[in-house]
Design a binder for this molecule. Structure first.
Ligand SMILES: [Zn+2]
Length: 91
C-alpha cells in the first residue's frame, strides 16, 4: 500500500449506505420488478433514517454530516420507478 488511504468511504458508497438506511427505515423502497429505489414520501421515516445515520456515522463523517448525507440521498431518489413509469406509458 502506498499512501495511507483515508478511511472515508467514497462518495458513491456513502450514498449507497445512506440509501440503505432510508430503505431500512421505510422512507424508500426498491421496486420488486425493476430494483429502482423509490421515495416513499414518508418524512417521519426519513428523519428516522437520518437519526440512525447520526447515531452511527461512517468513518470520516460527523453525526451531522451523516444525517445530511441521508437527506441528500433522499433528494436523489425518484418518486416513481422509471421502469414502472415506462410500462404505464406503454399501456
Ligand atoms: Zn418498477
Amino acid at each position: 500500500m502506498g499512501m495511507a488511504k483515508r478511511q472515508m468511504m467514497e462518495r458513491e458508497e456513502q450514498l449507497q449506505w445512506a440509501t440503505g438506511l432510508l430503505i431500512e427505515a421505510g422512507a424508500a423502497s426498491e421496486c420488486e420488478n425493476h430494483g429502482y429505489v423509490v421515495d416513499e414520501l414518508d418524512g417521519g421515516a426519513a428523519e428516522e433514517a437520518a437519526a440512525q445515520a447520526a447515531a452511527n456515522p461512517p468513518k470520516g463523517l460527523s453525526a451531522t454530516e451523516a444525517a445530511d448525507l441521508v437527506r441528500e440521498a433522499l433528494t436523489l431518489i425518484g418518486y416513481e420507478c422509471p421502469g414502472c413509469a415506462k410500462n404505464a406509458a406503454d399501456d
